[in-house]
Design a protein around this ligand. Structure first.
Ligand code: MIG
Length: 769
């Protein structure tokens, strides 16, 4: 479409390009968003940007098609190679054929357009495809027929991360994926093209430097990351615009910070949300669920929340409570509260079609549900039987939905868990042409599918915030880029199988690098029957997962920590207690996420990017920058091959000092998850307690490791938004080879009642948790 470059013109921070011959009225555009972020745009739809991920002032400006006055490239000039655009941190050269090359601040190439031959291989004829399907093979292939495509060169030493919740390993290179929110009940495997979430954002770690590409197109999109060819990757879409953001960085962390500058950062959650959560689909009655809370306490298991799955509803009608199985639900919830246990309820999008049911009637009256092209309200089937789909893209519908949460707030519920919001449907997928709203325009399922979960979560967040004034706790299964502003996530229906325990690590790491760091897997596995050994190992990963929730499907073996015998119960208790001890540290990391976008749980490559030995490390991860976790993920294994990056590390359990850049074999009986702490670290901890609200500000434990280091610690009321008006404390904690120095950098909240210093000595085993 674009041939020889003739000239360019500038409009504020935007540069438009003119090509010889016919460019079908489309002037491609480069917009300088910041010194390190460049938008590449071709307005195929003629409607300009329509970002639903980028909100706030920036999103408004982009979507309104207005350039920025206050952002400028350092220079723009037409040279032999093309139009050369320079910012303080990068150079972009736009040449013939609208080929765009990005260079770093030293002038070295970061990412070049691919100029070689296209290798389309592995094509299959239609008859052959039909035959394969007949035999029962699930043929899932990424179509190369995407209308909008961008091909970019790959270097031999490029590693690719991100892309949300895709199955498989940490490094996504050589795989192809599709972005189409999907609820697939089969055990998720490496070969899956898509799962519940669509986050069209990839990060590339290079030998020198890093970059990210956020392809902000919420239609069905795809990423072929070197499957088609070793020499290039491509991404594409069936519809919408070519609209991507190139984010340059010296390292991956800068890229994440850039991406979350665009799409938003996960806000602070209430402190209790970091506690242990117990859940199961199938807690069928008041009696049963009360029993769970009692067992929890009887077994001395700290716990902050019990989840109520669809069983609590009256005939699966959202915003109702079953009065047959619950004598007095309000009383259950308040009794739980007295025990220090919060309640979270599931809410699905599908609204039961039933005369006289207030949510249905009200939604019908106010025109809140999606329609067929003929104008009828569209009906499909989910749990309650015939159901209709709220049109969450409509701001009016979001407000209505948000207000419906009043029912739960009045019951005493403390958070919602949004499921089935891909959206899922039992009578076949929703047709492409079902009519949905996209803010102020009419749209269709085809275009709105990937935004459905995002808009539902946004509705819940905004409603909850208005109703309670507290930090809303919304868990979502489906989402799009930017959903991290509204919800935390879980990875959906995994199975109690070892491969899924292994996958939990790269999956959570890639979610974190994709901006959504508050993530967890169903601990113990959702489908299939868990074994005692698998459960023990899963608790050891859950302990460090931002969302630490044991959850399981109806019909599977019972999966509470006491269901696997005394030994596994003791192991569960040990790791839940460790989690509670670590809460102030994890809370600090949550604060860091809100400020920078850097996830709490992270792959080693985020901290030690230059180290070749960590770029593909799938079986270890870090909690913040100070703790390295090397869980056992193999059945029967009683030792673990651990890689430690550069520096000095301390074995958390034995105090042994170990020099990094080294592989070691660590003994790991069933009750040991190998943990290493960086020299000089200070880990803020709480004394053990049964739930987080108990005297959280009474005593802070500072656990100091040999060496030198300086760390920030954050404290606030853990519930509402007062911290945004300054009601928080920030401390600087210095460890000068065992000498502690604490300085208050900001004081806006009550100080701790006291401190306890714990010096960890070399070779001295852990005395506490
Ligand atoms: O597939 O509400 O992923 O966590 O327990 C059944 C019942 C629908 C799917 C969720 C799962 C939940 C279950 N839901």
């Amino acid at each position: 479409m674009y041939s020889k470059l003739i000239n360019y013109r500038m409009d504020k921070n935007r540069i438009y390009f003119q090509y010889e011959g016919d460019q079908e009225g489309k002037e491609p555009c480069i917009e300088v968003i910041s010194d390190a972020i460049i938008n590449v745009f071709i307005d195929y739809t003629g409607m300009g940007h329509c970002s639903r991920a980028i909100e706030g002032e920036l999103g408004k400006r982009l979507n309104a098609g207005i350039g920025a006055e206050d952002i400028k490239p350092e220079s723009v000039s037409l040279e032999a190679s093309g139009v050369v655009i320079k910012t303080k941190l990068m150079t972009v050269i736009v040449g013939d054929g609208f080929q765009v090359d990005f260079y770093d601040r030293f002038g070295d190439p970061l990412s070049l357009a691919y100029r070689g031959e296209r290798k389309k291989s592995g094509e299959i004829s239609l008859p052959a495809l039909e035959l394969l399907k007949k035999e029962g093979h699930a043929v899932s292939k990424v179509s190369v027929d995407y209308r909008i495509q961008e091909l970019r060169s790959l270097d031999e030493d490029d590693y690719i991360y991100g892309l949300g919740d895709k199955a498989g390993g940490l490094n996504k290179r050589c795989y192809a994926y599709e972005m189409w929110n999907s609820d697939i009940p089969d055990p998720h495997e490496d070969c899956f093209k898509s799962l519940y979430k669509s986050i069209p954002f990839m990060l590339v770690s290079k030998y020198e430097g890093a970059y990210g590409i956020f392809f902000d197109n919420h239609n069905k999109t795809c990423f072929d990351l070197g499957k088609e060819s070793e020499e290039y990757y491509w991404f594409g879409a069936e519809e919408g615009n070519l609209d991507y953001y190139f984010i340059a960085g010296d390292n991956l962390k800068e890229v994440i910070t850039g991406y979350t500058y665009l799409t938003g950062r996960p806000p602070m959650q209430q402190l209790w949300t970091l506690g242990f959560h117990q859940s199961r689909w199938g807690y069928g009655s008041e009696k049963e669920i009360r029993g769970i809370a009692e067992e929890m306490r009887k077994n001395q298991l700290p716990c902050d929340c019990i989840h109520f799955d669809i069983d609590y509803m009256d005939h699966f009608k959202v915003f109702t409570w079953n009065q047959e199985t619950y004598e007095d639900a309000r009383k259950v919830i308040s009794d739980f509260k007295d025990m220090g246990i919060k309640t979270v309820t599931i809410i699905d999008p599908g609204v039961k079609v039933e005369k006289g049911y207030n949510v249905y009637e009200e939604g019908m009256e106010q025109g809140c549900f999606a329609r067929t092209p003929e104008g009828e309200v569209y009906v499909n089937e989910v749990w309650p039987g015939d159901a209709v789909y709220p049109d969450f893209g409509d701001p009016k519908v979001r407000r209505w939905w948000g207000k419906n949460h009043q029912f739960l707030v009045d019951m005493g519920v403390d958070g919602v868990w949004n499921d089935m919001n891909e959206p899922a449907s039992f009578r076949g997928p929703l047709p492409d042409d079902v009519v949905f709203t996209d803010e102020d325009q009419e749209s269709s399922h085809k275009h709105m599918h990937n935004l459905y979960g995002h808009n539902m979560a946004k509705a819940a967040y905004e409603g909850w915030k208005e109703l309670t004034g507290k930090r809303p706790f919304v868990i979502t299964r489906a989402c799009y880029s930017g959903s991290q502003k509204y919800a935390v996530g879980w990875t959906g229906d995994n199975h109690s199988i070892w491969s899924h325990l292994r996958m939990a690590i790269p999956q959570m790491c890639n979610m974190g690098m994709s901006g959504m760091g508050f993530i967890g897997t169903d601990v113990g596995g959702f489908g299939s029957d868990c074994t005692p050994e698998l459960f023990a190992r899963w608790m050891q990963i859950g302990c460090f997962s931002p969302l630490f929730r044991n959850h399981c499907a109806q019909g599977q073996r019972m999966q509470e920590p006491w269901q696997f015998g005394e030994k596994v119960l003791a192991i569960s208790r040990k790791y839940i207690r460790l989690r509670y001890a670590l809460l102030p540290y994890i809370y600090d990391l949550m604060r860091e996420s809100e400020l920078t976008g850097i996830p709490m749980l992270r792959p080693l490559v985020l901290e030690y990017e230059k180290d070749e030995d960590v770029k593909n490390r799938n079986d270890e991860f870090m909690l913040g920058d100070r703790m390295l976790i090397a869980p056992v993920v193999e059945q029967g294994a009683r030792e673990k091959l651990v890689y430690l990056p550069e520096g000095i590390w301390y074995d958390y359990w034995t105090g042994e000092e170990i020099l990094g850049e080294n592989f070691i074999i660590r003994e790991a009986p069933l009750d040991v998850c190998p943990i290493y702490v960086k020299a000089g670290a200070v880990i803020p901890k709480y004394p053990i307690r049964m739930n987080v609200d108990e005297e959280k500000d009474d005593l802070l434990v500072l656990e100091m490791y040999p060496g030198k280091g300086c760390w920030r610690h954050y404290q606030d009321n853990g519930t509402d938004f007062a911290y945004r008006d300054g009601a928080y404390n920030e401390y600087e904690i210095k460890n000068d080879s065992g000498e502690l120095n604490v300085q208050i950098l900001h004081q806006g909240y009550k100080l701790y009642g006291g401190y306890e210093l714990r010096l960890r000595e070399k070779d001295e085993p852990m005395k506490f948790v």
